[in-house]
Design a protein around this ligand. Sequence first.
Ligand code: NAD
Length: 249
Amino acid sequence: MRFEGKVAIVTGAGSGIGRATANRFASEGARVCLVDVNEDGLQGSLPEGDHMILTCDVSDETQVEGVVKAVMDKWGRIDAVANNAGIACTKEAIMDNDMAVWPKVLGVNLIGVANFIKHAGRVMCDQGSGAIVNTASVAGIRSGAGGNAYSASKAGVINLTQTAACDLGGFNVRVNAVCPGLIETGMTKPIFDIARDKGKEEKLGSRCELRRYGRPEEIAAAICFLASDDASYITGQALPVDGGNTASL
Ligand code: NAD
C-alpha cells in the first residue's frame, strides 16, 4: 500500500498500459484520476476504490489545466502523475511522410507530457513533494522501432524528463521515464493481429533477451515503482522496461 492517502493522475488510462497503471495505483491505496480522450475507454477502466474519470485531450493546455484544477478541487493534492497517453504513426521513410502527422504526434506524445509537467508540477512544487513518470519508449533510445515522428517524440520525452528533473528537483519533485519495449495493447493490436494471422506470434518477442513481448502490468509495476518512495533518490532517469531489448545495442 505504497500510495495510501495519496493522489495519482494517469493519462491514457482508457486502455493498455494506462489502464494497468491506474489499477496498480488503486490497488496500492491511491485515489486515482483517470484521464483519456476516449470516454468509452475510461468507462472500461474503472478501478476499485476512490477514483474519478475525466475526458481530456492532453495536447490541449487549457484542458490539462482543467484536469489539475478538478483534482485539486476534489482531493486537494497531487502526489503522482503518470504521463502515459500516446499515439503511434505509420512506419515509413521520412521521404514519404505526410507532414501533418508530425504536429499531431508531437502534440500528444511530447507537448501533452509538458502540459502536465507544467500544471501538476506547479502544484507539486507548492506541496514540496511529488513524482512524475513519463512513458517514453525504446523507440526514443534508438531509431527504427516506431516511425520517425513517433521515435522523435519519445526521444523528446526522455530529454524533457531530464530537463524537468533539473527544474523541479529543488522542490523535492522527481521526474523519471519508463521506456517500454513491445507490449500488447490497443496501440500494438494491428502488429499482433498480423503476426497471429501468419502464425508468427512467437517472433514478436524474439528481438529481446527474455524472448517474449511484455504485458501492460509489467510497465505499470515500473511506473508505480518510480512514482513511489521506493525510488526516493531516483530522478531524471529513463528506465528501459523491455525484456533486455536495449541490452544488446
Ligand atoms: P493504447 O493505445 O492501448 O493506450 C493509449 C491511450 O492513450 C488510449 O486510451 C488513447 O485513447 C489515449 N490517448 C491518445 N491520445 C490522447 C490524447 N490526445 N489525450 C488523452 N489521451 C489520449 O496504447 P499503449 O501501448 O497502452 O500506450 C501507452 C503509452 O505507452 C504510449 O505513450 C505509448 O507510446 C507507450 N508505449 C507503448 C508501447 C507498446 O508496445 N504498446 C511501447 C513503448 C511505448
